[in-house]
Design a protein around this ligand. Structure first.
Ligand code: ATP
Ligand code: MG
Length: 550
């Protein structure tokens, strides 16, 4: 499959990769027909999805079955009145029907908007109106049904609702409808066919720094994830890949569909509600996961388990992204498993921008080097390229080419799009510096960087220093306004089991930071809490701590 889209597939080194990698984007590319149905035609029995849930239910789907179910689902959507360009929201957690629905929507050319089940009625109203949503397909759980129903009276564009795994008056029963629908769905032609510029997906950002933004991706987007899957996650043809992500976040399409199938790997889906490290480790072992991708927090919990108790012999390759990875976590995971965590960096707006690619030796704590699709730079406040070692904002230069996989803008918000992307430069909002070998090192979000007595302090480095102390389970570094210094450093800390708050411990943590980093970075204020404020996807919301302290 990859031969169709790449000028070359195998590379000898990172340099070779950067120089010679090229994606050939065909006209009117549509992932559902050109990849899924094409594999289904050639190798209908090839494995696409292995699924299980917490209760022990299991299911597998081949490409032949995915074609069959997505054609049926496309007929159901058409019957309900969904056509090209119609926005449809999917709140399906990790039910396997998500894959039938998303492929069906691609086939029709409808706009797919995956969202999390944790949305309240207010959130759903906001989204329904922001995107003129015409239909919602959601899981048949009371809470979710209630929120969708409460949103209806204030959502004038909403015309139909359907349930997966449940039935209710006024709702379509998705499973029954799909079962009864015809399995023949012809690829639309003429005006009804999709083009590369049509909107395929709208994803909400995580909402770490403020309100989630609605990110617009067109039909070429899946091809950008060839790099994500084949050259960063290092998935194998015939392998079984697991990315830990709810389908409501872009990370799900980074790791549970496009790039993996293009590269011939099957995706594994573990449909769970509560993250229990032991259960996930057992799943990896039982199903023989070969490649694995998760945010740092999952690994932070893994290293607290006795990893020698799990058979991880099939697991060959592990990658990490989403938040900065503290070197301590890298080192402990390596010690326990012999696997080097390969870090990557990207956003909902982008695909993998920086990565530790297979030919590279990882540097613990570094995000890696630029992906061949992106012209990455670090610039100072005046937009001038930074020197080696100098901190600045990560930007993408888009003058020569717009990377395949990069977003088209924020949906219906040209002002915000212009603010972050103008004069052929896209501003990521993230601060970093580059070393002599070209590796990028994360400093913090631009909003999170602290200015104290003329020093600039990145939260990540101080957090990593604190995490090396056995008393610290998790922590967040933020600025507190100060009349003399401008800002001072504050640590908000969650303690590990065997520790309790005390003045002596505050002093010990402060001394620890002074010892492992430059002393001016130590937290002058330390607050102990039971829990850090986080996004639904599990990222630390420093903005919330700052607002509380202001
Ligand atoms: P919002 O934009 O709504 O505030 P968000 O930026 O967290 O939320 P995502 O698109 O899910 O939404 O996350 C992208 C961000 O995650 C990046 O801009 C960066 O701050 C962070 N990130 C991703 N990978 C890494 C990494 N390897 N190291 C450090 N930070 C990372
Ligand atoms: Mg963001």
């Amino acid at each position: 499959m990859l031969e169709k889209y790449l000028s070359r597939i195998d590379f000898d080194s990172y340099e070779d990769f950067v120089e010679n990698f090229k994606i050939n984007v065909p006209d009117n590319f549509n992932f559902a027909y050109d990849v899924v149905d094409e594999i289904a035609a050639k190798s209908p029995d090839k494995l696409a999805i292995v699924w299980c849930d917490e209760k022990g239910n299991e299911a597998t789907f081949t490409f032949g079955q995915l074609k069959y179910y997505s054609d049926k689902a496309a007929n159901f959507f058409t019957k309900v009145g969904i056509g090209k360009g119609d926005p449809v929201m999917l709140i399906l957690k990790r039910r396997y029907e998500f894959w039938f629905a998303i492929l069906a929507l691609h086939k029709i050319g409808a706009i797919c908007i995956p969202a999390t089940h944790l949305l309240t009625a207010k959130d759903i109203i906001y989204r329904n109106n922001a995107a003129d949503i015409k239909m919602i397909v959601c899981v048949g759980e009371d809470e979710v049904i209630k929120h969708v129903e409460e949103s209806m009276s204030q959502s004038p564009t909403l015309k139909a609702v359907a349930l997966v795994g449940g039935s209710k008056e006024g709702w379509y029963d998705f499973n029954k409808e799909v079962e009864e629908a015809s399995p023949e769905f012809a690829r639309p032609t003429g005006d009804k066919a999709t083009t590369n510029d049509d909107i395929m997906l709208l994803y909400f950002t995580s909402g770490t720094t403020g309100m989630p933004k609605m990110v617009r991706h067109n039909f070429t987007y899946p091809l950008g994830h060839i790099i994500t899957a084949k050259y960063w996650q290092n998935v194998e043809d015939g392998g079984l890949h697991l990315t830990v992500a709810d389908t409501g976040w872009a990370k799900a399409v980074w790791g549970k569909i496009y790039g993996q199938w293009l590269a011939g790997a099957a995706v594994f889906v573990y449909d769970y509600d509560k993250f229990v490290p032991k259960d996930l480790l057992n799943i990896i072992s039982k199903y023989g996961i070969t490649t694995f991708c998760a945010p740092p927090t999952i690994y932070r919990f893994f290293i607290k388990e006795d990893l020698s108790k799990f058979d991880l012999s099939k697991l060959k390759y592990c990658v990490v992204a989403g938040e900065p990875l503290n070197p301590e976590v890298y080192n402990q995971f390596y010690k326990a498993t012999g696997i080097k965590l390969m870090e990557g960096y990207g956003q909902t707006e982008l695909t993998v921008v920086l990565g530790t690619f297979p030919w590279m030796e990882p540097k613990p704590g570094s995000m890696g080097k630029p992906s061949p699709e992106y012209e990455v730079d670090i610039v100072d406040e005046n937009g001038k390229s930074c020197e080696i070692g100098e901190e600045g904002q990560i930007v993408i230069r888009t003058g020569k080419n717009i990377p395949v996989g990069m977003f088209g803008g924020y949906y219906r918000d040209e002002a915000l799009t212009k603010k972050v992307w103008h004069d052929d430069v896209y501003y990521t909002g993230d601060m970093a510096w580059k070393d002599e070998d070209g590796y990028f090192w994360f400093v913090g979000r631009a909003d999170d960087v602290i200015k104290s007595s003329g020093y600039r302090i990145g939260p990540f480095e101080v957090e990593s220093a604190l995490l090396e102390h056995p008393a610290v389970l998790e922590c967040a570094i933020t600025a507190v306004p100060d009349p003399i210094r401008g800002q001072i450093v504050k640590a908000t800390v969650v303690l590990t089991k065997n520790y309790t708050p005390s003045d002596a411990l505050v002093k010990e943590l402060q001394d620890h930071v002074k010892k492992v980093t430059a002393p001016y970075k130590y937290p002058r204020i330390v607050e102990f809490v039971d829990e850090l404020p986080k996004t639904i996807s599990g990222k630390i919301r420093r903005v919330e701590i700052r607002e509380r302290d202001a």
